[in-house]
Every structure is written in C-alpha cells, then in structure tokens.
Design a binder for this molecule. Structure first.
Ligand code: DAH
Length: 339
C-alpha cells in the first residue's frame, strides 16, 4: 500500500504539472480524489491493514491527499490568473486614442432672434397667430386697401399661382384673417415666411421672414403703439437704445410711420453699419386703417388698433453684425457655428 501511495503521489504530481486547462484539472481531481478515485480506493482498503500499520499508512495517505489538494489549488489559481491576463491583453484599449466627436447642432441665428422676439411679445400679453404662405390676392392686397391697380403692388411684386392666388408678399394678410375670425380685444403677433420676386443680393432675397403685430381694442392710440414698440426695442437692443418715428405711407395704416433705432454699434455717432446716419430703420407701423377694420366687420367708430411689421433678417443682421443676407440660406457650417 505504501508503494501504491508513493506511485499515486508521483503520477499525480506529474499529471498536475502538465495540466494546462481548468477542465483538465477537474478531470485529474476526479481521477485521484473523486468518489471512485485512485486515492479514495486506497483509503477505502485501509480497513484490511493491521493495527500497527494503519496509523502509519493513514498518515501517509493523508499527506498524499493534502499534497494533491494543495497542488490542485495552486495550479487552479495559476491557470485562472493566466486566463485573466490573457483576457486583459486581448481587450486592451488605447486610452490615448482621441474619442469620436459627436456633432451637436444648434439654432439658426434667425430662429434664435425669432424666439427672443416671441418671448418679448408673449411677455406683453400677445399670442401667436398664423396664416397661409400661399394666400389669396384678396387677403394679401385687396383687404389691406391695396386694389389691383395700386402702385404699392409694384414694390411688393410676388409670385402668382393664378390671378387670385399669390405667395404672400407680407405677413399683413394674417391681420385680416385674425380680425375676420376674432372680435376685439385682439393682441397677436404673426411670424412667418414671405415672398417677393426680388433678385438675390446682400440685402434682398425672394424668400424672407416678417413678424406682424396687431392690437385692436376700444381706445387704442398711437401712444400705445409707441409704448409697445419702445419696450420691444429696449428689450431686444438694450436699455439705452433710442427710437424715433418717421412719417411714412402704408395703404393699410393711417397714420403710418417707419421706426428707426439709434445705431447699436456707434450709439448714434455714425458708422459703417448705420451708413453714417446714426439711425437704423427697423420696422413699419401705423394705426389700422378704418377701411381695413370695417372690411373685417369691426366698427372703426367703436374700435381702433395699431399694427407693425418687422423684418426678421434685418433684425438678426443688426443683432449680430451680419452684413450679407445670403449667409442665412447658404448652410455654410463655418458661418452657422458662430452663433
Ligand atoms: N407689410 C409691410 C411691408 O411688408 C410692413 C408693415 C408696415 C406692416 C406697417 C404693418 C404696418 O403691419 O402697420 O412692408
């Protein structure tokens, strides 16, 4: 039995040394230490030994068992470490490699300024109205006191779908649509795209944007118009901005005016942006013409109102010092990323 144990010790140690996978180790464990294993078989036979031999062989058997168990543990740990190392090596990442940059979009400058403008007017109790871009000649011109042969049509030549349908040349038709639907008090702004058959240059585009404003109620005067625009101008261009009204003519307002602001760049001294004037024209406005009111079923004896129209492209140009309107529509990232 002693020889048997010594042989087991030798072959087991050898086999363990050569085992190179965890599965192979497990097989060896079963082979030697399992219920039907070689060492187990020897130990089961110990009952046949004499009383003197039993403790000696028993001790040896225990030693061999402990040795095999120890060697198994050691080898197992070594194999596991090797496996973990191999895994780490195969998954190595180069932390110095630059990451993939995700491109984040942002608002177009026209959208930013339009959003600011909406906030300002909503803050003064206005709501947002909308109207169609493909508009009836009636709303775009006729109902705004611009009959077929009126010279004002020349400055707003647009694209005709047919004799009675045009691409709207201004957002003013929304005034009429709102007044037809809604009785005073009315307080709306109507931002939107407008069209004119203009050739493209630094200050003209066949497509651009306006923000129309309309207030109708009892007792509305030019002072309300001026006060409202003053708040708007100071919020958009700064508290120190001055404003002036210049008499003008629009067929759908009476009296009419154009509004200039003191140049935000030079403060009124005269510079390249205001072309030496010190003032910059920013919008058209006036008191809603009685004919327009009554055409919409609103009695001009009872109600009065004011209206204004702001060009979004111009307003945005002044806000950021942009000198060519074509940049808005060219989609050049180098331009757009600056805002
Ligand atoms: N619709 C005018 C234009 O495109 C701008 C304008 C002027 C709008 C006076 C108004 C207004 O509402 O009262 O030139």
């Amino acid at each position: 039995m002693r020889e048997q144990l010594t042989a087991i010790r030798a072959t087991a140690t050898d086999a363990l040394n050569q085992a190179d996978t965890l599965a192979a180790l497990e097989e060896l464990r079963i082979q030697y230490l399992g219920k039907k294993g070689e060492l187990t078989a020897v130990m089961k036979g110990m009952g046949k030994l004499s009383a003197e031999e039993r403790p000696i062989i028993g001790q040896l058997a225990n030693e061999v068992r402990a040795e095999i168990e120890g060697a198994l543990e050691e080898k197992k740990a070594a194999l596991e470490t090797a496996a973990a190392d191999a895994k780490i090596l195969s998954e190595t990442i180069d932390v110095t490699m630059p990451g993939r940059r995700s491109t984040k979009g942002k608002k177009h400058p026209l959208t930013t300024v339009l959003d600011d403008l909406k906030d300002i007017f909503i803050g003064m109790g206005f709501t947002i109205a909308e109207g169609p871009e493909v508009e009836l000649d009636y709303y775009n011109f006729e109902a705004l006191n611009i009959p077929k042969d009126h010279p004002a049509r020349d400055t707003q030549d647009t694209f005709y779908i047919d004799e009675n349908v045009v691409l709207r040349s201004q957002t003013s038709p929304v005034q009429v649509r709102v007044m037809e639907q809604q009785k005073p008090p009315i307080r709306i702004i109507a931002p939107g795209r407008v069209y004119r058959s203009d050739a493209v240059d630094a200050t003209h585009s066949p497509v651009f944007h306006q923000i129309e404003g309309l207030v109708v109620d009892k007792g509305i005067t030019m002072a309300d118009l001026k006060g409202t625009l003053e708040v708007f101008v100071k919020k958009l261009y700064g508290e120190n901005t001055r404003m002036r009204f210049r008499p003008h003519h629009f067929p759908f307002t009476e009296p009419s005016a154009e509004v200039d602001i003191s140049c935000f760049n030079c403060g009124g001294e005269g510079c390249r942006i205001c072309k030496g004037e010190g003032w910059i024209e920013i919008l058209g406005c006036g008191m809603v013409h009685p004919k327009v009111l009554s055409g919409c079923g609103i009695d001009p004896e009872e109600y009065s109102g004011f209206a204004f129209g702001i060009g979004l492209e111009r307003t945005t140009m002044f806000r950021y010092g942009i000198d060519d309107l074509r940049l808005y529509f060219e989609n050049d990232i180098r331009f757009l990323e600056q805002f």
